[in-house]
Design a protein around this ligand. Structure first.
Ligand code: AMP
Ligand code: ZN
Length: 114
């Protein structure tokens, strides 16, 4: 737990969030500033700063994150498709320093992203 990390606070239940899934390993909640009709964030409960900090020992966790992303997309009814994004580091556009997978859907996505 990083005391100043907003996603750690959400994971601990110390900051409210619109939670759609949780288990011992992961949480999924709605983004405060949605970029589409559906915008969910999948996070590990354990503080991990970013994708760049993961190692071989985190293979199972990474698998869980991505499988959960697909599962919540199904639950949201995003059968026509969705966008998964992991921003990493300042140049990658990461603004919250706790690993998270964005799941965005409910509208046509474009490419390339900005
Ligand atoms: P990123 O820019 O990839 O680090 O994404 C961080 C995301 O977290 C942004 O889309 C924010 O809107 C979202 N966010 C920040 N604080 C909260 C919060 N307290 N509850 C839900 N989403 C949040
Ligand atoms: Zn954290």
């Amino acid at each position: 737990m990083e005391p100043a990390c907003v996603f750690c606070l959400i994971a601990k239940g110390q900051l409210p969030a619109q939670t759609v899934f949780e288990d011992q390993e992961l949480m999924v909640f709605r983004d405060l500033n949605p970029m589409g009709p559906s915008h969910l964030l999948v996070i590990p409960r354990r503080h991990i700063g970013s994708l760049a900090e993961l190692g071989q020992e985190d293979r199972d966790l990474l698998g869980s994150l991505m499988l959960r992303a697909a599962e919540v997309a199904r639950q949201e009814g995003l059968a026509r498709g969705f966008r998964t994004v992991i921003n990493t580091g300042p140049e990658g556009g990461q603004t919250v320093g706790h690993l998270h997978v964005h799941v965005i859907g409910g509208r046509q996505m474009t490419w390339p992203p900005g």
